[in-house]
Design a protein around this ligand. Structure first.
Ligand code: ADP
Ligand code: MG
Length: 630
């Protein structure tokens, strides 16, 4: 047997890094600016604990393009490196100086915001550069050094007198195939994408600043201008500040900074802040969902220590909250080296459930703080809440505190309020609570009216996933049942104080039923005689609640209903045997006239259920005019 070590030589690894480690070449800039930021934050930390005896000042990072010489330079005023440190940190691939720093100062530097991790970021420079030069001077009293490498494993390292100030300059000689990175617009785009909220100011070019005129200036005075640094980032975005120090305006300002193309104000924000058992900060916004154009583009963004990582947050953010906007920043989210994939991990699950809980708590506090305002916003947020109730058990459990049930007359109830309100009047003989609802206030108008006349509350539940919400509520709550206003048996379901007296005797009823059945001759309709109030409609079409729900579920594609297609159309035709009209049918002797009456009444019933269409509708209208002429 032979044992040994597989020999991985740098010659082989180098081209691999260049080709495969990062699928996205543009991230080199993010990596180099992250290193410049780390170098600055390290100095900040070392001066704060008294280990570096230098003035920290107001350091910034500068990005500069020299198109003519094909150079892109990133300069920082951070810790710098001694010759020895370059050997240690740069010449050793996959050795992370950031990790080492955090390890060494773990008691104090935990929250320093250091970004580096894998010890590979620096080499991403070779994805776009044919030669890379480092000129660096440490904060320690040692000479500056220059390191040059052309992308082969060979490098040169020598002392230099060219740099007298503390910090590091990384010079990329941009390769032929990467010329785009010499374009100002491209670099600006990348800085705004990845570095917009990084903690150290980043200068990119200058801009003209107009000085204010002195108060006593003559009218034709021309204001003086000066060139100032163009700082591209906001080093202290809202999520890094304590909520108690932010006003609503600050949040709005931040929202627009995050999404410059969004002109509508968000409805409210949720500030996330946790440091145990994982670190996470962030601000989420509830946007107005109606007529939203940038839904695809303006998504929740994931950051790590203020560096943009991705806006593909599926998994970290539970599905039902994907419609929200905002930022999540967590150094603890496990990502792969290029930070473009999320690694499946228990921590991710924990983060997702924390966010769910936090959103639920915020909803509960919002409704308590200002019920009226919450009711006004309900229509814009209900889809998210309802989706959450259906898909996230933990959210559903808390949802009674903040889920509103609007009625068709514009009142809003919480579940316990609704229960209290309808219990005396809408309970069936077994004590089961019957919740009446309409899914479309216009289409079901006559049914809503009829139910309201009887003193029932009718909820308006009109979002697309309502069938699933109802199913969820019926299984999670005891002894309740939902019925749409046009459902069958509504009249039986609900307890009546005084029984209605029957006007017809049994033989009359039998012949009425036969008359109707023969005249309509349509197997879709099951004729059903009921002793209703004489003022109730003579004919009413209802649908079996169960059948209609099956169809609804199928239409919204959920609940495992796929592939079960082709539910038959089934309706009940409820004939009110106590109506005047019923008597009239019985009295009419001419068979043709009788059939005509029934047909016309059926059409009216269809009309109010939105079922009269096409030729049937045309015939009905023609027939009605003829009758007017008579
Ligand atoms: P990581 O950032 O994950 O540690 P990198 O490959 O990006 O790995 O960088 C390697 C190391 O090189 C850093 O940890 C740091 O010690 C050193 N380094 C890189 N850039 C700079 C810089 N601008 N100033 C000071 N040190 C730097
Ligand atoms: Mg790095």
């Amino acid at each position: 047997m032979t044992k040994g070590n597989i020999n991985v030589s740098v010659e082989n690894i180098f081209p691999l890094i260049k080709k495969f480690l990062y699928s996205d070449h543009e991230i080199f800039l993010r990596e180099l600016i992250s290193n410049a930021t780390d170098a600055t934050l390290k100095l900040k930390h070392l001066t704060s604990i008294g280990e570096a005896k230098v003035e920290y000042g107001n350091p910034k990072i500068e990005v500069k393009i020299d198109k003519e010489n094909r150079m892109l330079t990133i300069t920082d005023q951070g810790v710098g490196m001694t010759g020895e440190e370059v050997e240690k940190y740069i010449n050793q691939v996959a050795f992370s100086g950031a990790e080492e720093f955090l390890e060494k100062y773990k008691d104090t530097a935990k929250d320093s915001g250091i970004i580096g991790h894998f010890g590979l970021g620096f080499y991403s420079a070779f994805m776009v550069a044919e030669k890379v030069e480092i000129v660096t001077k440490s904060y320690k009293d040692e000479p500056a050094v220059r390191w040059i490498c052309d992308g082969s494993p060979e490098f040169t390292l020598e002392e230099t007198a060219d740099k007298s100030e503390r910090g590091t300059e990384i010079i990329l000689y941009i390769a032929e195939d990467s010329t785009e990175f010499l374009e100002e617009s491209k670099i600006r785009e990348l800085l705004l994408k990845y570095n917009k909220f990084m903690p150290v100011p980043i200068k990119f070019g200058t801009k003209t600043h107009t000085l204010p005129l002195p108060e006593d200036a003559p009218e034709d005075a021309v204001a003086e201008t000066e060139e100032v640094d163009n700082i591209i980032n906001n080093p202290t975005p809202a999520w890094t500040i304590a909520p108690s120090e932010l006003t609503n305006e600050d949040y709005m300002k931040f929202y627009h900074e995050l999404y410059p193309m969004q002109f509508e104000e968000p409805l409210f924000n949720i500030h996330l802040n946790v440091d145990y058992p994982f670190n996470l900060t962030g601000v989420l916004f509830f946007p107005k969902l109606s007529n939203n154009l940038n839904i695809e583009k303006d998504k929740i963004q994931l950051y790590q220590n203020q560096v943009f990582v991705t806006d593909e947050v599926k998994g970290i953010v539970p599905d039902f909250l994907m419609l929200l906007r905002g930022v999540i920043d967590s150094p603890d989210i496990p990502l792969n080296v290029s930070r473009s994939y999320l690694q499946a991990d228990g921590a991710v699950k924990k983060i997702s459930s924390y966010i769910t809980k936090k959103v639920a708590d915020k909803m509960a506090s919002l409704i308590n703080e200002n019920r009226e305002d919450y009711e006004k916003k309900w229509n814009d947020i209900k889809v998210v809440i309802e989706y959450g109730i259906v898909t996230e058990e933990k959210f559903a459990e808390k949802s009674d505190k903040f889920t509103l049930y609007p009625t068709t007359d514009g009142k809003y109830f919480l579940w316990n309020e609704l229960e209290e309100k309808i219990k005396p009047n809408q309970t069936d003989k077994d004590g089961k609570l019957i919740v009446l609802y309409a899914s479309n206030a216009d289409e079901q108008h006559s049914y809503i009216q009829a139910a309201k006349d009887k003193g029932y509350e009718v909820l308006l539940m009109d979002s697309p996933i309502i069938p699933h919400v109802i199913q969820k509520l019926e299984t999670s709550k005891d002894n309740i049942s939902f019925a749409r206003v046009d459902a069958d048996h509504i009249n039986n379901l609900i307890k009546k104080d005084e029984p209605v007296i029957s006007k017809l005797n049994e033989t009359e009823k039998e012949s009425l039923k036969k008359n109707v059945e023969e005249s309509i001759g349509d197997s879709k309709f099951t004729v059903q005689l009921e002793d209703l109030d004489s003022s109730d409609a003579p004919f009413t079409i209802t649908q079996p609640e169960f059948m209609r729900r099956m169809k609804d579920m199928q239409a919204t594609g959920g609940g495992g209903m796929f592939g079960m297609g082709g539910f038959p159309e089934m309706y009940n035709l409820v004939v009110n045997s106590n109506s005047e009209f019923a008597g009239q049918i019985l009295k009419t002797e001419d068979a043709e006239q009788k059939a005509g009456l029934i047909k016309h009444a059926l059409d009216l019933a269809k009309l109010s259920q939105n079922l009269l269409k096409g030729k049937e509708l045309t015939d009905f209208i023609q027939r009605s005019y003829k009758q007017l002429e008579k």
